[in-house]
Design a protein around this ligand. Structure first.
Ligand code: SF4
Ligand code: SF4
Length: 341
């Protein structure tokens, strides 16, 4: 039987503080007019009414910089993985979809133990979107609501929240909640209406085609003039990659101790928009020109990962649009221009 409770906002605060006392909880907090995930010290700092976070929750599973191995000159080495359980409070549906895509990427072919060790220790408390961000198009991408991929889903209805528990990990968190009534039929009907509205209206930009039309559109428009035009404005800063929940490329470097006896292997986020991203041994660069890099990013989202896993690797969060100072990263504007031929 699914567990679906209804709690007041006051009960939510008491519950979150009980969780904070027991383990590490990360939650969305206000940071200078914007929102970001950070360690929660007090439930009062949690903002479930956020529009979008600056960085997506991928940073908890694939940190910006992480040590993946320690090694010694005598040949001894040890892999570094995370053992600490943690809770992420407040993950929007589009980010839940992005996490599921990243799970598939990091499990396929070679299971990435560094990513997976964090992922397996995380409990995801998702929350439905109360406020749309200025650049989102989640309804167009089918990511405004979500049916799985989380442990608990919170939906604000009236003065409280529906708490929808889907996994054993989610159920374990309910112990700290104590007694709460089951959500009644009227409340669940209001949640259905909320989801219907989200699926129809959570867009600030309107994509003029279905997401499933994008691979064929890109197939036809490889030589479109927009690639060269927009690339002429691009700073190759990589911000559009950094903020994207479905970008996962990284670089690996060995950092050797000054004694030359030991060192660490470190991986860091990388960006296909940076000039040297595709440079290989011998100095050849497969995407030396900005136009090639700019175009590649959209093909990777709209065609290459579709071919690999049958999903468009853009969830409509709009973070790239907000992050791009040159105003050329908006996927909706780009795809709609391609549609005009
Ligand atoms: S491409 Fe842009 S809108 Fe799409 S998921 Fe990435 S950051 Fe979000
Ligand atoms: S498209 Fe925008 S955010 Fe991306 S690299 Fe170019 S200037 Fe930077």
């Amino acid at each position: 039987m699914p567990i679906v409770k209804y709690i007041t906002t006051d009960q939510l605060l008491v519950w979150v503080n009980a969780l904070i006392a027991a383990q590490t909880v990360y939650g969305v907090q206000a940071k200078e007019q914007r929102f970001a995930y950070d360690a929660l010290a007090d439930a009062a700092d949690l903002r479930l009414d956020f529009d979008v976070t600056i960085l997506p929750p991928k940073k908890f599973f694939q940190p910006l910089v992480e040590t993946i191995m320690k090694f010694h000159v005598d040949g001894h080495y040890e892999s570094v993985t995370s053992e600490e359980p943690f809770i992420i409070f407040g993950v929007h549906p589009y980010d839940v979809v992005a996490i599921a895509q990243m799970d598939e990427v990091f499990r396929a072919n070679y299971a990435d133990t560094h990513y997976l060790s964090r992922r397996e220790r995380a409990t995801i408390v998702a929350c439905d979107i109360q406020n749309a961000s200025p650049s989102m198009f989640a309804a167009c991408m089918g990511t405004a609501t979500v049916e799985d991929g989380f442990d608990i889903l919170l939906t604000k209805i009236g003065d409280g929240y529906v708490v929808d528990v889907r996994t054993a990990k989610g159920e374990a968190l309910l112990v700290a909640l104590g007694d709460a009534p089951d959500a009644d039929a009227g409340t669940l009907a209001r949640r259905e209406q909320f989801w219907d509205d989200a699926r129809r209206f959570l867009n600030k930009y309107l994509l003029k085609c279905k997401p499933t039309d994008l691979p064929a559109l890109l197939e036809d428009q490889y030589e479109h003039a927009i690639w060269e035009h927009n690339a002429g404005l691009c700073y190759s800063c990589g911000s559009c990659n950094m903020v994207c929940p479905t970008c996962y490329c990284f670089d690996v470097q060995d950092e050797v101790d000054w004694t030359l006896e030991k060192g660490t292997r470190v991986r860091k986020w990388d960006s296909c928009m940076l000039r040297d991203f595709a440079t290989v041994a011998g100095g050849h660069n497969f995407r030396r020109r900005r136009e090639e890099r700019y175009r590649h990013r959209f093909y990777r989202k709209g065609q290459y990962l579709w071919q690999r896993m049958g999903q468009i690797a853009c969830v409509g969060c709009g973070r790239c649009t907000t992050a791009c100072t040159a105003k050329i990263a908006n996927p909706v504007e780009l795809y709609n221009t391609l549609m005009e031929g």
